[in-house]
Design a protein around this ligand. Structure first.
Ligand code: ADP
Length: 406
């Protein structure tokens, strides 16, 4: 079975075309600047790369060009569109309704539209992508894989906020959590690598990309995660503040005469390590380089970043009453030995964690980075959300089911 995985952002589309009998990537790419001047697709097959520079007014037009590349004689994966068996879509928000990946039908589309108010920046482009594929590939099934679904079994004691209950009833204000596909993939891989029974294991997954979150995965389910009602809560991120005292919002509105939207923009786009370094950079590579040179502002930003991660790990050890393994993933988690080492050595020694410096000195490769006598294992597990989406899509189509339960 061949599955096309599509991840539509507001002005970009990431895609991967996979042969799911071998789980090999046939081709992949990124369409950028959709609807704005300079739109282009960077497409790759093995070590060949092509760049298509042409105007793309919307996602449908961009996907039309993506499909042309997918069936291209030289750089495509198949010869004919008929050879695409299914499309798997990353969808950010599944609300409370979707606790697993689903086969898209009219009812699912209606529910996705309904949940757009919860993710106004993310769900609309996801929906546009699904509609475009329905039009461009009629008769080919579409599967939606949600960022929130893996967290759907978080208990009420962890998902409810201590605000008047009417707001939960009225607006469904609660913790949803995000990056679920990544946390699911990485926690499963961690159990496999260590030979643990996934349904009996206690695993903490630490996803450190531009957006970042931690999840406590117990007995195969996420039981708590650091992102909340929106992706703003939790860790210090590139430009997002993570946890702050909520009264800072009203204080700033009053003192600076800001609107709700202005404060929202500051907390989402101008905070995090970017804000801490006075706008120097939101990229952890830059922060780390300067910090290691001894530049005090970046050193402090990195300390704050690591301290918050360590606090969440500590909290989740308590939430699960123990931990078997901690897995780092995504841009920083996969590529920064120093961040992994400092988090583990500066704060987590009480768990009996011992980092093996030689094993830790690696980027982007799956491995255990602790010594054999370390009580808790720490791992580097490169995430693979596309593969997870393609696997779910294949399983739903092959089994002829409507929804997967994780
Ligand atoms: P996204 O959330 O956009 O998918 P990624 O998972 O690609 O993000 O992670 C991006 C982050 O990873 C950036 O902050 C980037 O600086 C960081 N990163 C990538 N490589 C390194 C590295 N070698 N050292 C430290 N940070 C890195």
């Amino acid at each position: 079975m061949r599955v096309l995985v599509v991840n539509c952002g507001s002005s970009s589309i990431k895609y991967q075309f996979l042969d799911m009998d071998t789980e090999q990537i046939l081709c992949k790419g990124l369409a950028e600047r959709i609807g704005i001047p300079g739109s282009r697709i960077v497409h790759k097959k093995d070590d060949q790369k092509v760049v298509v520079d042409k105007p793309m007014k919307d996602h449908e037009e961009a996907l039309k060009y993506v499909l042309e590349l997918v069936v291209d004689e030289k750089v495509g994966g198949v010869k004919d569109l008929k050879e695409i068996d299914a499309v798997g879509h990353r969808v950010v928000h599944g609300g409370e309704k979707f606790s697993g990946s689903v086969l898209v039908d009219d009812e699912v589309m209606r529910a996705l539209e309904e949940y757009s108010y919860l993710a106004p920046l993310h769900n609309p482009p996801n929906i546009i992508g699904i509609r475009a594929m329905m039009k461009l590939l009629p008769g080919v099934p579409n599967v939606a894989v949600f960022d929130t679904a893996f967290h759907s079994k978080i208990p009420a004691k962890a998902y409810l906020y201590a605000i008047p209950h009417e707001y939960y009833k009225k607006y469904k204000i609660r913790r949803y959590g995000f990056h679920g596909t990544s946390h699911r993939y990485v926690s499963k891989r961690t159990a496999e690598i260590l030979g643990l029974d996934y349904h009996k294991a206690k695993i903490i997954t630490v996803h450190l990309g531009n957006g970042a979150s931690v999840a406590a995965v117990m007995n195969g389910h996420s039981i708590d995660t650091s992102m909340g009602f929106t992706p703003l809560e939790g860790l210090v991120m590139g430009t997002r503040c993570g946890d702050i005292d909520p009264s800072i919002v009203t204080f700033l509105m009053e003192k600076e005469g800001m609107t709700a939207e202005e404060v929202y923009t500051i907390l989402n786009k101008k905070s995090g390590v970017f804000g801490l370094t006075d706008g120097f950079s939101s990229d952890m590579r830059d922060i780390e380089d300067k910090a290691l040179e001894g530049e005090p502002v970046c050193r402090l930003a990195l300390d704050i970043y690591e301290y918050r991660i360590a606090k969440y790990i500590g909290a989740y050890v308590a939430a699960m009453n123990g931990v078997d393994a901690i897995a780092f993933t995504a841009g920083v988690g996969e590529n920064s030995p120093i961040t992994r080492k400092e988090i583990c050595e500066n704060y987590l020694g009480f768990l009996g964690i011992k980092i093996d410096d030689e094993k830790n000195n690696i980027k982007g490769e799956e491995r255990i980075i602790t010594t054999p006598d370390s009580k808790v294992k720490v791992l580097l597990v490169p995430t693979n959300e596309e593969l997870m989406i393609a696997r779910d899509t294949k399983e739903i189509i092959e089994k002829g089911i409507k929804q997967l339960e994780y």
